[in-house]
Each structure stands twice: as C-alpha cells, then as structure tokens.
Write a protein that binds this ligand. Structure first.
Ligand code: WTA
Length: 628
C-alpha cells in the first residue's frame, strides 16, 4: 500500500468499524494489560463522559523510554540547545531513561506518590522533560506552568491543582536576559505553599533557599538509584493538568489522561511527521504549552524519535537563529508558530538564505491561522519550494492535531489546515446549531470523541460539560469559526468567543479585564482582540478611570506594566483607550461587538446602536480610538 491508499484505508476502517480500528491502533503502545474496549464516550447530558480504553493499563514513561532501550538505547532522544548558539548537548534514550528514573525516585523521596499533583515551572531544559516523565512513571499528575507567567499566575495554578511539590530552576535565560524563576516561585509559594521544592541549577545565579522545603536537584540526584519501577496506570488515570484561557473566569485546568492522550500524540506525530531513524525533529514550542507537551516530549519520544529542546528565542543572537541552529543540529523536520514566521519574514530573506537548509524536509505550523503570505514565504524561502507545509489545527483540549495534511498525500492550499485526520469528525453549524452542508462558513464543532480529547476541568466537574457541550447540544464546540470550501477543505478563521490568540498564545478577555480593574485607578475595563501584523491578534483595552482621575501616557504605561505583573508579559495590552463610558445595553451588558469593530478600525461597521442605554457613547469611543 502506498501512503495515499493507507490513509484512505484508515478513513474507511474508522468509519466502518471504529472499535476494531482503535483497538488495532492501540497496538502502537506497550500495555501492561491490553484494553478490550475502545470508545465509551458520550456527548449527551444524560450519560455524558469521555472514556477510552477504560480497562487498559500502561505507563507513559515506559512507552516513551523503556521500550526503546533494547533496540535504540544509544539513539539520541533529546538534543538540548541553550540560549547561546551551541550551548547544549545530546542525551541518548538510555540517559534520558536513567535521568527520568532518578527524578522519579527524587520525587518519591520528597513524599510524592500516585495521584499527587506536581507543578513544573521551568526553562526549556531536559530536566523539564525528566520531571514530566518522572511524574508519569510514579503516577503523579504534572501541571507545567509556562516560565513567562507571573508569580500570581503561578500561585493561582498551584492552588487550583493543590500541588504538593514544585519543580523549578534558579533562573532561566532567554535572548541573553535572565529570568528569576526561583524568585518568582518564592513569591508564588508565599501565597500558595507547597510541601517541597526541587530546584535545578541552570545559571548558578544567587537564589534564596528555604531549609526544610527546598532541595537541589543535583543533591537529590546523587543520592538516588537510576532505576525506578513504573507504576501500572489505568488508561483513564490523569496524566497531566494544563491551564488554558477560556471565555469566562480564570484559566481552567484542562485534564488529559494516560492511554487516549498518549495514543493520540503518538499516532498523529507518526502520521504528520513520520520521523525516521536519521531524522531530527525540532518543535520550537515551550513545554509550558500543550504543543510542547505533545510534540516536544510525548509524541516524539513515544515514537523513538530525536527531539530538540530549545531554550532560546528566534531573534537571538540574530534573526537567523532558527536556520543556523537547524543546520548545525541537522534538523530535518521543523515545527513552529505563524507568529514566528511573520516576525522573521519582516526581517527579510537574507537571514534565512545565509544558512544552508538543504537538510530540511518538512515544515509544520501550529497555534493560529497562517495567512497565505506567511505560508508562501515559509514554503518558498525557508523550504526552497521543496518542503511540504504541515499546517496543524488543534487545541489544548484536543490533545494533539485534528485537522492537518498528511505529507505526501494531502494536497495543500496556503492558509488551510486542509482535512480531518482519520477518526476526526468536524462539522459546521450556524449560531442556532443547525448543521451546514457543503461549501459554507460557520462554527466548528466535532460530532464524535477521539482518544486525545480532554476528560475534564480539574476540580470543577460541571465546567467541562457546561463550557463545551451546551452551546450546541450533543456536539463539542471548539470556539473557532471556520470556512469549508468546495473541495471540503477547512479554513479556520479564528476564535468566535471571548478568547484572543496573541502570538499563538490564548488569552481570555475576562482575565485581562480583571487584571486591569484590580488597579486602584481603574473603574471598568473591556478587552477585545485587534488585528496585529506579527502577533496575529493584539490586545485592545478600553479603560474607564475612576471619577476625577486624569488620563495620561504615564498611566497607560503603568497599566501595561500592571497587567504584566499580574499575569505575565504575554498579556500586556497593545493598545489602551481611555473611555469615559462603555457602550452598554439597557440591562447593563457591555456590547463587545461594537468595541471589536472600533478596535479593528472598522468603526463604520458598528451597526445598530439603538438598543444601547446611551448611543452617544459610541461616537465618543470612535473619536478616541487609538492605533495599536
Ligand atoms: C488556534 C494550540 C488556525 C485556534 C495547539 C484554536 C489554529 C486555538 C491553528 C487553540 C491552526 C491552533 N490554524 N488556528 N493551524 N492551531 N489554532 O489551546 O483558534 O493554545 O482554537 O492550542 O488556537 O490554542 P491552544
């Protein structure tokens, strides 16, 4: 069978006999007890629940490490590339196995056991992957918190998941600048204490050390064996919690479990990137995001591939970094975000062309819609027209890619993630939930479960169903708008809810608003997305100050800084407009539709304002619109 026939056969098999197909797919993994059932999920309120392979038992770290040792123990598992070019080293599967076992023993020594939560607030160093897989080995549940988040954001997450232990480092280094991870962690722990802290030495910088609570990783490491018996886990035991922003309230703890998640990332990594023995795969995402979980750590390692962990930024020491490093490390498959492509495109092709890229064979993108101009530049300039572009659409909630082209089979179109992978059943519905047929545009839903689907919101059992399954009953609502063309290709148009996608990172408008109103001078705030050339979307904030408070440029800066401190730099507003009043309905609801149009520079399209309590407010807002 060639690749085209194989893909067609998969699509056919999963439709005809889903149980048989998935039990066959499950053989990609090593099980302690092979499942007898595949899908036992339901999207209906009466018997709602997502369950896959529910009587199977396995261990994720065994699947990522132990099972490769016999045949490929000496193969490189992780290539670490630090912030300074060439600052790095490679680790074989055997080495990663031993380090993970040591880390697992260290966790146990600190009192962590099956079902306990472990927060991980780390740079992009191999120890982050050891810590994740060490949790998986002993059945603890990890929650990785992006190292760019503020102490407050870290504290919220530690508290919400009830982490017993925090893994962190003395400092991070990005783009030549040091990030005080331990100092941030200390601030967070003052609000949300953990029993223990394991600290990795990254820079050797000065840090505070709390006796009785803090342990150095290198001390622990020296005192524990390099073998650790894996815990036998049920397929539906939680593997990790990862916080992500939604339309309302605080970020929610998206929970993924053991069997279905691992199968999904293993299968999609194989289908989309098909890394062979001499491939080197580089996904530039941070492990603080789902892309880092699925395609830096679990997907590649489950396949025995070589994965790069990069602890730097695309612009340091110069804009050629990705290509210089790809060439030096022999990277053959490269996976990044459209925002990075747009930022580099702006700097010109010279930065790309001064480095040999002949070893690259596949180029992937993820995180936000890629505009055809950036797609073409990636394809023509970076890939010299030779590499296929794999545009993968997915979400934290989906575990791994759902809509994406299979290289060598799916014909690509610039800007489209193309078609669903086998076992993925997307549909478009109108605002009332009616199914739309043929070439059309609507809200993207999924009509059936897939193994990598999230299982719940940590600590809030009803929120999962409420958030995703009540808008269009019986269907999972993605929050994305989407167009389907005459060839049945899917074109994601962006979020249709109150989530903004800033440089491929999700921000909830409600989160930024609550940070702004926490400032003593702010009475009210409304936040919407605005178009941004590099970031895709920027953050536009309408701010009403307390009566008598003067507006000023200094205050604008102060508010930006305030949001950075409250949430993190990625939440800093790109534009702040002071507004004496916000447009509200007579019942007091803010009319975001109008604010969005103003932020998008389309104030001529604000539409009907007659239902507003005070229609004149809109004219004042239009007159005061600011450029991002
Ligand atoms: C957007 C990241 C268009 C989308 C893996 C989704 C995309 C949100 C694509 C999830 C893509 C992700 N084309 N849009 N290829 N990939 N998105 O949870 O709006 O950080 O809902 O997961 O990113 O973001 P998240």
């Amino acid at each position: 069978m060639d690749a085209k026939q194989e893909l067609a056969a998969r699509h056919e098999a999963v439709q005809r006999d889903p149980e048989g197909y998935w039990l066959q797919e499950a053989r990609r993994l090593d099980w302690d007890s092979f499942p007898t059932k595949a899908d036992r999920s339901s999207f209906d309120q009466a018997d709602f629940g997502i369950r896959w392979f529910e009587d199977g038992e396995l261990n994720v770290s065994v699947n990522c490490l132990d099972r490769h040792l016999d045949t490929s123990g000496d193969r490189t598992a992780i290539v670490f590339e630090g912030d300074e070019p060439g600052e790095g080293y490679s680790l074989s599967y055997r080495q990663v196995y031993e380090e993970t076992c040591r880390f697992a023993n260290a966790l146990k020594q600190c009192g962590v056991g099956k079902g306990d939560r472990v927060a991980i607030y780390m740079p992009m160093i191999p120890e982050a992957a050891f810590a994740m897989m060490a949790c998986a080995r002993i059945g603890a549940i990890h929650s990785v918190v992006f190292g760019g988040f503020s102490p407050d954001s870290l504290a919220d997450r530690i508290q919400d998941c009830g982490a017993k232990l925090l893994v962190t480092a003395d400092e991070g280094v990005r783009g030549g600048k040091r990030i005080p991870l331990k100092a941030n962690a200390d601030k967070a722990l003052a609000k949300a204490p953990c029993e223990a802290v394991i600290m990795v030495r990254r820079t050797g910088g000065e840090v505070n050390f709390v006796e009785g609570r803090d342990r150095w990783w290198h001390d622990l490491r020296a005192s524990v064996p390099a073998e650790c018996l894996p815990e036998r886990m049920n397929a539906e035991d939680p593997l990790f919690i990862l916080y992500t922003s939604g339309s309302t309230g605080k970020p929610k703890g998206v929970m993924h479990t053991t069997g279905g998640y691992l199968l999904w990332v293993a299968a999609t990594f194989d289908m989309l990137f098909g890394a062979k023995e001499d491939d080197v795969f580089w996904c530039t995402a941070d492990v603080g995001w789902v892309t880092g979980h699925s395609y830096v750590v679990y997907g590649p390692l489950a396949n025995g591939a070589t994965t790069v962990m990069f602890d730097g930024v695309p612009s340091y020491p110069d804009f050629g970094r990705f290509w210089e490093t790809s060439n030096r490390l022999g990277v053959t498959i490269f996976y990044t975000a459209p925002t990075a492509i747009r930022a580099l495109m702006r700097e010109g092709k010279d930065w790309v062309q001064r480095h040999d890229r002949s070893q690259l064979r596949l180029l992937g993108t993820v995180g936000e819609p890629i505009n055809p101009e950036a797609w073409n530049w990636y394809h023509d300039v970076v890939g010299e027209g030779r590499c296929e572009i794999v545009d993968t659409w997915w979400q934290t909630e989906t575990g791994g890619a759902l809509i994406a082209p299979v290289p060598g089979v799916t014909k690509t179109k610039p800007g489209s993630a193309t078609k669903p992978l086998p076992g993925v059943f997307p549909a478009l519905v109108d605002n009332e939930g009616a199914l739309l047929e043929g070439s059309t545009e609507g809200n993207l839903v999924l009509t059936q479960s897939w193994p990598g689907q999230m299982r719940g919101v940590w600590g809030d059992p009803n929120r999962f169903f409420q958030t995703y399954f009540t808008t269009y009953p019986g269907r999972y609502f993605t929050g994305d708008g989407c167009r389907r063309d005459e060839d049945d290709y899917y074109w994601i148009t962006g979020r249709v809810d109150d989530v903004i996608n800033v440089s491929g990172h999700r921000m909830g408008t409600a989160e930024v608003e609550s940070a702004l109103v926490a400032h003593p001078k702010v009475a009210e705030a409304a936040v919407v997305g605005m178009p941004h050339d590099v970031k895709g979307q920027g953050i536009y904030a309408f701010v009403t100050l307390n009566a008598g408070e003067p507006e000023s440029e200094d205050l604008r800066q102060e508010l930006r800084q305030f949001v950075r401190t409250e949430i993190g730099p990625i939440a800093s507003p790109d534009a702040i407009q002071f507004a004496s009043a916000l447009p509200k309905t007579r019942s007091g609801k803010i009319m975001r539709r109008i604010l969005r149009k103003i932020a998008e520079g389309e104030s001529d399209k604000v539409g009907d304002t007659s239902t507003l309590a005070e229609p004149a407010v809109v004219e004042a807002l239009i007159a005061g619109a600011v450029a991002g």
